[in-house]
Design a protein. Sequence first.
Length: 445
Amino acid sequence: MKNLLEKLKAFFSGKNSADKSHAGGSAENNAGEKQPGRFKRLFLNIKAYAKRKPSAFIAIIIGIVFVLLFITYEALHLTSTPQFCGMCHVETETGAGAEYHTWKKNIHAAVDVGCIDCHGKPGFFGYMRAKMGGMYDLFSEIVHSKENKMAILTEGATNKEYAAKLVPNDWCLICHSDDENKRIRENTFMSFFGVKMRKVDAVKNPEFRELNGLRDIYNDEMPNISFSHDNHVNTLGLSCIECHMGVAHGGEFQNRTKMEDCFACHNAEREKNPEINAPENDACSTCHTTVAAMHEGTLLLEEGQEPTPPSMMVDQGVYGAENCSTCHMGGAFDLPTAATCGPTCHGDMDYGFMYDDIRAQFDAVKAPLDKLNMQLYAVVDKMTKEQHAKFNEFKNYYEILANDNSKGIHNDSIYVKAAEKAAAVGNELASSLGIPVAAPEENQE
Ligand code: HEC
Ligand code: HEC
Ligand code: HEC
Ligand code: HEC
Ligand code: HEC
Ligand code: HEC
Ligand code: HEC
């Protein structure tokens, strides 16, 4: 270290004994006359060269500028990759400190939405500010203690208000809404000459949204749950985090909203004003429209087809949107089990085994589709536009199974229909992409 410092000092003062030919500096030489300093001499040489060969000189300058820009560009790029952020954000496997691991498991990673696409305001200056934040992170990593770091990260992972400031609504909306994308792009300097530093600054909707098969959160129906983003975000002024805390770091591929978040607020608001237009907690079907459609047997119904309600439930007379509490007896959070469904509903007979059979069958049908889904995500950036559209079609069917956490109990025929459609579209796409397609499972029935 000391050696290095001395070498540097010697270099800049020009007293480099090892390199006599370049010795000089403002120190007096043996003869005692004042020589121009190292830098001054260099400058004079360059000046002379520029006079002698002006065009070559300009070419060299342009070259140097380009090299410097390239280095800056590369450096900015390199320090923008999730792998770079991941150097310091891999302390644990889940929760605070596990940001790289949790991101890696998340759907956003699967479609190449990286850390700074969410952790930085959209636009060029937002990008640069995010880079400064990165410099502060670096400083913090060196200067502050590990406890300090974990305390800050825990705040971000658990405190909704704090987290909502880390990633404000606009940073999500640019990708998830058409109107907001337009507004933000019109009011923001997005990039120099379209130079692409990160994904988010090039996002134009509806193109990006449609390519990825995403819904416009303000104008399209939400999957699974009937819900208005416009009312909750624009009228009530809620942050995305209010319901989507953990959207990227919750530890799952898809991190769902939580019913207790809906109820906590609706209950509190009803206390203040009983007249509010929020569904009662036991009005299950108002929110759970997909489950209700399963129970009515109307999901995926095509022209001229008859509804197919769950067969066994029809025998018992307990199907349809009004009958949720027949099985969910203890209220919204009560999950029926083989033990409660069997003896309770079906008299002395133990129908519990049927419950387990249906769920096992469901798992067997879903497993190859889970695999296919991930295989397709792995090559999503290689898909043509047409292939991507096919993938989105696959996802729409697959989503029905992914969202059916009753594992087929709600309707043991509709999920089969969804699975068949998903497999048909998905397998065809997979073979067009050269992915080996698993042979269809032997019919287990
Ligand atoms: C050299 C290590 C290091 C790197 C690299 C790093 N971080 Fe951090 N990061 C930290 C530390 C330490 C903290 C917590 C301390 C602080 O903010 O003072 C932190 C905090 C954060 C926070 C929370 C800030 C807050 O105010 O609560 C976010 C978000 C974050 N980093 C994102 C990123 C992203 C995105 C990248 C990649 C562009 C990145 N970090 C790269 C070390 C690092
Ligand atoms: C889809 C957007 C999105 C992506 C991509 C994303 N994050 Fe986050 N990140 C968030 C949100 C939102 C929060 C606020 C807390 C929460 O909801 O979990 C957050 C919180 C954090 C925090 C605060 C501590 C914590 O655990 O909550 C850190 C640090 C962080 N992210 C780092 C990263 C790193 C590093 C990456 C890439 C490897 C990344 N994020 C990718 C949205 C994202
Ligand atoms: C750079 C664009 C981009 C940004 C920024 C972004 N997302 Fe996404 N988001 C996507 C894409 C693309 C998908 C996945 C589409 C697919 O493959 O189904 C997605 C998926 C989702 C999903 C659906 C996941 C599921 O379970 O199916 C939710 C919810 C979501 N994003 C919320 C957010 C929130 C909240 C933020 C801000 C913290 C955010 N996104 C930031 C592009 C983005
Ligand atoms: C009051 C609660 C709430 C708030 C606030 C909220 N969301 Fe949602 N969001 C939901 C619900 C409920 C769904 C329906 C899907 C589910 O959870 O099953 C959903 C679904 C989504 C989806 C999935 C769409 C798809 O194509 O699958 C995206 C993307 C999304 N929200 C983004 C956002 C963004 C961005 C914000 C902030 C501007 C936001 N949400 C604010 C409750 C909320
Ligand atoms: C922070 C408070 C808050 C949260 C969180 C919240 N809501 Fe609401 N919600 C309200 C209020 C207030 C109303 C009534 C608005 C009115 O009277 O116009 C409402 C109304 C509704 C309505 C009926 C009107 C409409 O927008 O369609 C539905 C459905 C609804 N909420 C679903 C949900 C779901 C699902 C969630 C959880 C994912 C949720 N809400 C989370 C405050 C909240
Ligand atoms: C205000 C809207 C709303 C109402 C009313 C509602 N739910 Fe939910 N419920 C949700 C949301 C949002 C989720 C989480 C997202 C998901 O699982 O798709 C959820 C999740 C669930 C879950 C999964 C477990 C959990 O803790 O998240 C069960 C079980 C459930 N609901 C059953 C019911 C039943 C039964 C009723 C009626 C007694 C009911 N829900 C009423 C919105 C609602
Ligand atoms: C025939 C009995 C039965 C009826 C009727 C029924 N459910 Fe379920 N439901 C179940 C079973 C069994 C499960 C799976 C419980 C588990 O995960 O262990 C379940 C799970 C769920 C889940 C998902 C739980 C999760 O983990 O996400 C939701 C949401 C749900 N039911 C909503 C409803 C709604 C809404 C209705 C009315 C339209 C309804 N159910 C009617 C039996 C029933």
